[in-house]
Design a protein. Structure first.
Length: 138
């Protein structure tokens, strides 16, 4: 592969972030939602995004850690399962139900790492819209 080909491959890797991990003895690819998948899952993910916004608002630092993320994800585990299926090459929700804790934790962390931009961009849009509404009402 030439250096320009490698550079192009690196750029594609940045645009469409994905990670391969071993889960339950098999290789699983977790991908960043592309634009249309993001549109498709955004209404499904809305209750989760709403609770992330609440957790962020309640945070003293304006940031939330993995323990808070896990709490929010646990409250919406059925939504989370569907989102993970959409983001990975896992085809059956039953496969998720049979994960041991270590594999489940790894999958959750990789899913968040790869797809955090999806959630953060919607939280930022929501915050901006709220600011604009507040300014308009003054």
């Amino acid at each position: 592969m030439s250096s320009s080909d490698q550079s192009g491959a690196d750029e594609v890797g940045i645009i469409f972030n994905e990670q391969k991990i071993k889960v339950s003895g098999r290789e699983v690819t977790v991908r960043e939602f592309d634009f249309f998948t993001g549109l498709q899952v955004s209404s499904l993910a809305q209750p989760l995004i709403d609770d992330l916004a609440d957790a962020l608002r309640e945070s003293n630092e304006g940031d939330i850690g993995m323990s808070v993320l896990e709490r929010v994800f646990a409250e919406h585990f059925n939504i989370l399962k569907t989102l993970i299926i959409k983001a990975s090459d896992i085809e059956n929700i039953k496969d998720l139900d049979n994960l041991n804790d270590a594999d489940g934790q790894l999958l959750l962390k990789v899913f968040w790492t790869v797809n955090s931009h999806f959630f953060i961009s919607r939280l930022q849009t929501r915050s901006l819209e709220k600011s604009n509404i507040e300014r308009a009402l003054r």
